[in-house]
Design a protein around this ligand. Structure first.
Ligand code: PAF
Length: 278
């Protein structure tokens, strides 16, 4: 496995692999890898012969009062996990390699970025789209892999790829959960044992919502009951929304809809989602 911090270095390796008739995959991450990231690598290996994984804690997608400086980082551990998983190259640039002096471009996707995390984290998706487009331009992969836990991020990146005619397939991979249901996230590392217990209410509330939808409850009723359940479990709710998964617009029919949650366990902001059963 190669480790590159320069754009030229990773570009050359990807070009060499392409010259050897390999299909190229990119798995963009912010590091502090877990089973969710490894499942993206496994998905990438199924359809591509060369897998690049980027590790870059992207400053432009964090708000001023968010956790950029304390975001968990452990490069040695990440490198070991990548080696074990059979990643071909880690691209781990410094911030100045991605955002050199004078950098002044930002990518904005309209519409899909308005609700959910876009409403709570102004500018977040501009930072995500800008860095993802840069990574796609640097590596020129045939396919890039993203987790469905960040459902809105995946939808926004698919939109950007379509709108900008990117020659890269964008593939979503299912959420990976701990045995007790907690969706895997690098931010779970922040949780105290008590907060982790409270955080289980996110995935549990999605299952309860699914049961309510199956019994014919309406969107408003499910959203209200979910918000109360989360609050009872000491989660400070950011949003509880049932939306059309294609448009991320509100819908009156919960069956087959996206149920998306964000809330704080202590100071840690967690998200989770589920497509409610039809
Ligand atoms: O999902 C993430 O880890 C990040 O938002 C991404 C896609 C790597 C962009 O920084």
């Amino acid at each position: 496995m190669e480790i590159c911090s320069s754009i030229n270095g990773v570009r050359e390796l990807a070009q060499k692999a392409r010259a050897g008739a390999k299909r190229i995959a990119l798995v963009p991450t912010m590091g502090f890898l877990h089973e969710g990231h490894i499942s993206l690598v496994k998905g990438a290996q199924k359809s591509c012969g060369f897998v690049a994984l980027s590790i870059f804690v992207n400053p432009t997608q964090f708000g001023p009062s968010e956790d950029f400086s304390r975001y968990p980082r452990d490069f040695e551990r990440d490198a070991r996990l990548c080696r074990e998983a059979g990643v071909d190259v880690i691209f781990a640039p410094e911030a100045k390699e991605i955002y050199p002096e004078g950098f002044s471009t930002s990518v904005h996707v309209e519409g899909l970025t308005a609700p959910l995390c876009g409403a709570s984290r102004p500018g977040h998706f501009d930072g995500v789209c800008t860095v993802v487009l840069k990574l796609l331009n640097i590596v020129s992969p045939d396919e890039a892999f993203f987790g469905e836990k960040d459902f809105q991020q995946l939808a926004v990146i698919k939109r950007m790829a379509k709108d900008l005619n990117l020659a890269c397939e964008i593939t979503g991979m299912p959420i990976v959960r701990e045995p007790d249901g907690l969706a895997m996230s690098s931010r779970n590392a922040y949780l105290s044992p008590g907060e982790r217990e409270n955080a289980l209410s996110l995935s549990r509330s999605l299952l309860l919502a699914d049961e309510m939808a199956a019994k014919g409850a309406g969107t408003g009723e499910i959203e209200a009951s979910t918000a109360s359940y989360l609050a009872e479990n000491s989660i400070r709710v950011d949003y509880v929304s049932i939306l059309d998964p294609a448009t991320l617009q509100q819908t009156n029919s919960p069956r087959g809809a996206l149920m998306a949650l964000a809330g704080f366990a202590g100071k840690t902001r967690l998200i989770d989602n589920r497509i409610l059963t039809r």
